[in-house]
Design a protein around this ligand. Structure first.
Ligand code: ADP
Ligand code: MG
Length: 268
């Protein structure tokens, strides 16, 4: 689904991603953990074309992102139309929700399908209602984001991402901006998406999600992936830097170690 080869990203002289190679298969739920500044967001933003790599290649569903190399070794950049289309394939959910504040919940969800995918308004609205039902917010359909809690806004943001019918969804710390008591309502939906086979890449500090829900965990430090494996393998044999990372995370954990995830998981 996603293939990354020799990806490097520099901001001025600062190397932020160093020679990343990564393959993500359809249906995998990949959690990326690691200290602040490790390059986790930059990696997601490169996959979603919000950043242009300094070097390397990224393929989504076997299609090159940004540019392709022709047989003479020359780079040719993709057209705007192709880039837009590729962005449809890759949904993104941000820490700060990023809903349009001047649009209702419904308008937020149908905007992409109507303008980018050229769906009919009726079709887009029908789909939006289905998705709002799924995230438990159908009764908020005509509300503005400012009248919703953070957890509800993030659930709308997830519905908005799903409305484009992406092949993969990237989540960048989707619960980090939420009050602790609202974290579970967003995680519950992510757990459900995972159980439905959605391909997901999730940057998070929710270690319960990493351990219990994801099929694969990556540990990033200094722009490199230095740990990669099934949750049991990785957490069972963490490298020294990961041990330090997990130790520093301890005090950040909420008092109620969100056992909701395992509850939801066993309920599925
Ligand atoms: P993480 O998400 O793991 O905390 P980021 O990918 O946000 O890390 O950032 C990695 C490094 O790149 C940090 O040192 C950050 O300051 C730097 N960085 C990120 N975005 C930019 C930018 N637009 N311009 C300059 N430096 C940036
Ligand atoms: Mg980040």
């Amino acid at each position: 689904m996603i293939r990354i080869r020799n990806l490097n990203k520099r901001f001025k002289d600062k190397a932020v991603l160093r020679d990343i190679n990564l393959d993500i298969e359809e249906g995998q739920v990949v959690t990326i953990i690691g200290p602040s500044g490790a390059g986790k967001s930059t990696l997601l933003r490169c996959i979603n074309m919000l950043e242009v790599p300094s070097e390397g290649e990224i393929y989504v569903d076997d299609k090159p992102v940004y540019y392709r190399t022709n047989s003479h070794g020359r780079l040719s950049f993709l057209s705007k139309i192709k880039l837009t289309w590729l962005r449809v394939q890759v949904g993104m959910v941000f820490q700060q929700f990023h809903l349009w504040s001047n649009k209702t919940v419904l308008q937020n969800i149908i905007e992409g399908p109507c303008t980018v995918k050229k769906m009919s308004r009726e079709g887009a609205e029908e789909k939006a209602k289905e998705l709002l039902e799924k995230v438990g917010l159908l009764e908020k359909i005509n509300e503005y984001p400012s009248n919703l809690s953070g957890g509800q806004q993030q659930r709308v943001a997830i519905a908005r991402a799903l409305a484009m019918e992406p092949k993969v969804i990237l989540f960048d710390e989707p619960t980090s901006a939420l009050d602790p008591e609202l974290v579970h309502e967003v995680l519950d939906i992510m757990v459900r998406l995972a159980s439905e086979g959605m391909t997901m890449v999730v940057v998070t500090h929710e270690m319960n999600f990493a351990r219990n829900v994801s099929t694969r965990v990556l540990f990033m430090e200094d722009g490199m992936i230095t740990g990669d494996g099934k949750p049991n393998e990785l957490f069972g044999h963490p490298n020294p830097r990961m041990v330090q990372f997990l130790r520093n995370l301890e005090p950040m954990k909420s008092e109620d170690p969100s056992k909701s995830i395992t509850d939801v998981k066993s309920a599925i």
